[in-house]
Design a protein around this ligand. Structure first.
Ligand code: SF4
Length: 366
């Protein structure tokens, strides 16, 4: 297989579905960790093609969705300052903080710019030495290497008017937190292929052993996802709980050595709050002591932050797989992609946005 279309081949999809149906003897709940996988599942109707016994639970793998409100409010506070150019990927501009979003700050005169790479922000810093340029560095292990590289370059080039507002989160501690929850219904995970392409798979076997769960590293196209589910069901049905790599065209057990070395140099592990979930120990990265001068939180000393979550939004329950998006009373009425109340309706990887975009508007109970 060389081309993307081949990963949507209906005939091969039918064969994988036949194998999944043949293997399934009872109810199983499987969580796909990644928001990209959620979108692919809903977009292609993969969950509707599966046997009724298999439930796909959508996990907290959308980086925009899990960025804590406190960090959004800090971003708003920093971006409001007259000497600041605040740079971000576009999907963060509409994420609601306690009162405003970055679009509102821009409309009120703040210099908020959409960039396509953190290195673009570094170029802006180089070109505007009289300004403080901040890049909003959020996301999982996938986006972190580029942000680490940018801070490394800023230091190497002596660009002192650049800083990073960091809110990086890590997948394995989130899997542990989900499994430790008293309300957990998850029996197996599809792990995010792109995260593992950076970090490798070595962190996952201890989770399989500790919680007795299969974890299958899975890609993002329909056939990738069906193959991940097929392998997961085979493990569940035979009582195995192992790590399997169903995405070998992108993932090696040891990951990307150069990216990991850069991450290790620039970041250090820290406790991190996840929006809608709460604090998860050792679940994030912050800049290491050597790069602390490039930490926007440190540079701007934003401490007087009082957060206020929407009283209506149930995105925390969505992110933990406790409800489906259309079980929220605001879904599609008070809350739409044009007027989002929560981050899961804003982001292109958010579960609420996926359900709205692909018209999953009604609650159906199996
Ligand atoms: S539909 Fe909107 S209000 Fe409801 S959980 Fe999703 S983002 Fe929050």
């Amino acid at each position: 297989m060389k081309y993307l279309d081949e990963f949507s081949d209906p005939e091969l999809a039918g064969k994988l579905l036949d194998q999944i149906r043949a293997a399934t003897s009872r109810r199983w709940s499987i969580m796909e960790v990644c928001g990209g996988q959620t979108h692919s599942i809903i977009r292609h109707g993969v969950d509707q093609l599966l046997p009724d016994e298999i439930e796909m639970i959508h996990g907290p793998g959308c980086p925009v969705c899990v960025t804590p409100l406190e960090i959004i409010d800090k971003a708003l506070e920093i971006a409001s300052r007259p000497d600041v150019v605040f740079c971000s990927f576009g999907d963060m501009l509409r994420v609601p903080g306690s009162g405003k979003d970055l679009f509102r700050i821009k409309s009120e005169g703040g210099d908020v710019r959409v960039v396509y790479s953190p290195l673009d922000a570094l170029t802006i810093a180089k070109d505007n030495p009289d300004k403080q340029v901040v890049f909003f560095g959020i996301g999982f292990e996938t986006t972190a290497p580029a942000n680490a590289m940018t801070v490394y370059q800023a230091k190497r080039l002596g660009i002192k008017n650049f800083s990073l507002l960091v809110s990086h989160v890590l997948v394995p501690p989130a899997i542990a937190a989900i499994m430790e929850s008293p309300t957990c219904r998850v029996q197996a995970f599809l792990a995010a292929g792109h995260v593992c392409s950076v970090m490798g798979t070595e962190e996952y076997p201890p989770l399989c052993d500790k919680y007795g769960i299969p974890i299958v590293v899975t890609g993002f196209e329909p056939l990738d996802i069906l193959e991940g589910i097929r392998r997961t069901v085979l493990q569940l049905e035979s009582g195995r709980h192992e790590l399997e790599n169903a995405y070998p065209r992108a993932v090696r057990a040891d990951g990307n050595a150069a990216a990991k070395a850069m991450l290790c140099d620039v970041f250090e592990v820290t406790d991190r709050s996840w929006r809608g979930i709460g604090m998860i120990p050792s679940s994030g990265w912050r800049l290491s002591a050597e790069y602390r001068d490039y930490d926007a939180e440190h540079r701007f000393a934003v401490t007087d932050i009082h957060t206020a979550e929407s009283a209506v939004c149930r995105s925390g329950e969505v992110l933990q797989g406790l409800i489906k998006p259309h079980e929220c009373s605001a879904f599609g009425t008070l809350c739409t992609p044009r007027n989002p109340l929560g981050a899961t309706m804003v982001s292109s990887e958010g579960a609420c946005a996926a359900y709205y975009l692909y018209r999953r508007l009604e609650v159906t109970h199996a």
